[in-house]
Design a protein around this ligand. Structure first.
Ligand code: ADP
Length: 651
């Protein structure tokens, strides 16, 4: 909802002008270099005589070949007599040798002898020209260059003109446009109130925070929230990315910070928003040697934050998804002392985001946003916004004038596992393997009480690498998992590989993604959740970059680490054995469902359960399967291939 019309690129200088200046600078340097080279070339030419040895010189004197010599301070220049045939005189030179008899010999041979009288003025002049002029040129250029830089001029794109700073007089975004995130909105409401009515706070003597840090995973709406604060308070919004400050030239970032604050103070009350602040705010002691430019920029930012009075109505908001690496000086009271967590939305949050984004989209009566929200556990605001848009495009593509629930589900699949890859033709044998693999997952999950019900199985390949996948439905949003549920999950994940082994008596590369996921769950159970009997309640790993990939980091010695590996192996082996046992006991069902899947390519959870009950001879109870609208894609496991490479290797 960017109000593009309100956005003014904050360029005091037009980029073409910068380019022109850059070009003229390059021309000037080329000109000076060429003049110098020409000069030196000339100088070289002046000394184009050939060097000879002193012996040869004496021999030439004896032979009477020489007409005249000029004895200089460092060399003797020799001119020969005219050649009888060609009528050409040659020039040679040789070094000075301590030879008292030289002049006598020359006179004896009738050679004209000259001794150079040193011309001190011209020598000095030459010296000055060749030594000082280039130095003066270089110094001059350097001064010019740095002046331009510190003025924030724009020579060769350096300076403020290149920083992508956007100023919006009015963002037009309000808190109503930000769905969910109620706690964050509540904290930011205070800032809005302060910007509206600073007197109310200052009269009591209250100082308002100068800065607040919005922390959360990418796409959760941090930028949107910052814009909404500006929109609610009806103040201008300055926005800049942390990385835009940092250039390879030391001092540029600092000058950009100064410039930003100067401009913002002129427009106060206003909001300055720095996205990805970790680009400049990284802790200064993490690196040996450090990064001068970043540190200077950070120091300047700290100084500017201390410099302005908060009662002027200047509020700094910054966003990051790596708060743990920020410099403590940035987080101390008086700077970014407020931390506002912007988490991934929960079920209600997701429904709200879907509602906000579908406000202007025509939907038909089949649409059930709650079912979509249930299906998209773990998705962030930007994913959901993207899904609504994809669904609208789907509807148009199918020639309809309103979005239906099936468009939305298609969009969910597209966002999570990519589009259907219709041009990938799998051989009959591969289709069989993929079918058994997928049915293996689904059957194991259905046979275990603690696993989620199966809803859809497909063997249509997807662009993001899956050759097939199983959709599973959480009946409700879960925040906790029991040990039993996790164990059941492991068995389900290894069900695909188990089916391959049971049916084909061999295994394929298709289970790589399952194995990776199962390993990380098993490892987390042991090292983080205290779920192994061997280690008990000890934290053996901690999570880093919680808002990004949530990478675990080992906190134990090497010996323990190898014990953990053994424990993980044991856990996975047990799960695999269990999967094989379950499938072996229900081999008939496995065969029949796989055959049906090969024929249909995609089957619903209902069809799956019908065949299972038929084969097992269990009468089907009413309401046993989930309503179709409650389909959830718990896990689009890259069934027979975790990525393109694996799939290609199979094809
Ligand atoms: P972040 O700055 O956290 O990476 P953004 O604020 O840039 O994320 O969000 C990207 C887009 O995702 C927004 O423009 C908006 O369309 C959508 N979005 C994200 N979170 C929400 C939310 N809570 N409510 C509505 N839209 C959201």
């Amino acid at each position: 909802m960017d109000n593009q019309n309100n956005q003014n690129r904050n360029n005091n200088q037009d980029p073409n002008r910068n380019n022109r200046q850059g070009v003229s600078f390059v021309l000037l340097v080329t000109l000076i270099t060429s003049v110098l080279v020409l000069f030196l070339f000339q100088f070289q030419n002046m000394e184009s005589a050939e060097e000879i040895s002193y012996n040869k010189f004496l021999k030439m004197v004896e032979d009477g070949d020489i007409e005249k010599v000029d004895i200089g301070s460092s060399q003797i220049n020799i001119t020969t007599k005219k050649d009888k045939d060609t009528n050409i005189q040659k020039e040679y030179y040789t070094g000075i040798v301590n030879d008292d008899k030289l002049v006598d010999r020359l006179l004896e041979a009738g050679v004209e002898v000259n001794q150079d009288i040193p011309d001190t003025t011209s020598a000095m002049l030459l010296n000055i020209i060749f030594t000082f002029v280039p130095i003066a040129c270089i110094v001059g250029l350097f001064v010019w260059f740095t002046r331009k830089m510190s003025k924030g001029g724009g020579m060769m794109g350096i300076g403020k003109s290149n920083a992508k700073m956007y100023v919006e007089k009015e963002t037009g975004v309000t808190f109503r446009d930000v769905a969910g995130q109620d706690e964050a909105k509540e904290s930011l409401q205070e800032v809005v109130d302060f910007l509206h009515n600073p007197g109310k706070y200052t009269s009591v003597g209250a100082k308002l925070p100068k800065g607040a840090l919005l922390v959360g995973p990418p796409g959760t709406g941090k930028t949107l929230l910052a814009k909404a604060v500006a929109g609610e308070a009806r103040v201008p919004f300055f926005s800049l990315s942390g990385s835009a400050f940092v250039e390879m030239y030391v001092g540029v970032g600092a000058s950009r910070v100064r410039d930003l604050f100067k401009q913002a103070q002129q427009m106060a009350p206003c909001i300055i928003f720095i996205d990805e602040i970790d680009a400049i705010g990284k802790s200064r002691d993490t690196q040996l040697g450090g990064n001068d430019e970043r540190e200077q920029t950070l120091n300047q930012l700290l100084a500017e934050m201390d410099g302005f009075e908060s009662n002027k109505g200047l509020v700094l908001l910054a966003a990051t998804n790596r708060p743990e690496i920020l410099d403590p000086a940035l987080l101390r009271p008086g700077r970014f002392d407020r931390r506002i967590i912007v988490e991934k939305p929960d079920l209600k949050g997701r429904i709200d985001v879907l509602k906000v984004h579908s406000k202007d989209v025509r939907m038909d009566e089949t649409v059930d946003l709650e079912a979509i929200a249930l299906a998209t556990s773990g998705a962030v605001g930007s994913d959901l916004a993207n899904m609504i848009n994809e669904a609208a495009i789907n509807a148009v593509k199918h020639g309809r004038n309103a979005v239906s629930q099936s468009d939305l589900f298609e969009a969910v699949e597209v966002v999570l596992v990519g589009k259907e890859k219709k041009d990938r033709i799998m051989s009959q044998e591969e289709r069989r393997i993929v079918s058994y693999h997928e049915v293996g997952h689904a059957l194991v999950s259905a046979l275990q009480k603690d696993a989620e019900p199966v809803q859809k199985i497909t063997i249509v390949p997807r662009t993001m690498g899956a050759l097939g996948y199983v959709m599973q439905t959480p009946e409700e949003e879960k925040f906790l998992n029991t040990k039993k549920e996790l164990e059941a999950m492991l068995v389900g994940m290894l069900g695909g590989r188990a089916a391959e082994e049971i049916v084909f008596d061999t295994v394929t590369t298709g289970a790589s993604n399952d194995i990776e996921k199962a390993t990380s769950i098993a490892r987390a159970m042991i090292t983080q959740y205290g779920m192994s009997e061997k280690f008990g309640l000890i934290g053996l790993e901690s999570i880093q970059s919680r808002y990004l990939d949530g990478r675990p980091v080992m906190n134990c010695g090497q010996e323990t680490a190898s014990e953990i590996d053994k424990e993980v192996m044991k856990m996975l082996k047990n799960a695999y054995e269990e999967a094989k046992r379950l499938l072996g006991e229900h081999r008939n069902a496995l065969d029949q469902i796989a055959a049906f899947l090969i024929e249909k390519e995609t089957i619903t959870g209902k069809e799956f359960m019908e065949i299972l009950h038929q084969v097992e001879g269990i009468p089907q109870k009413d309401g046993e399967t989930q309503p179709e609208s409650r389909i959830a894609m718990k896990e689009a496991d890259a069934a027979a291939g975790g990525g393109e490479e694996t799939s290609d290797a199979q094809a």
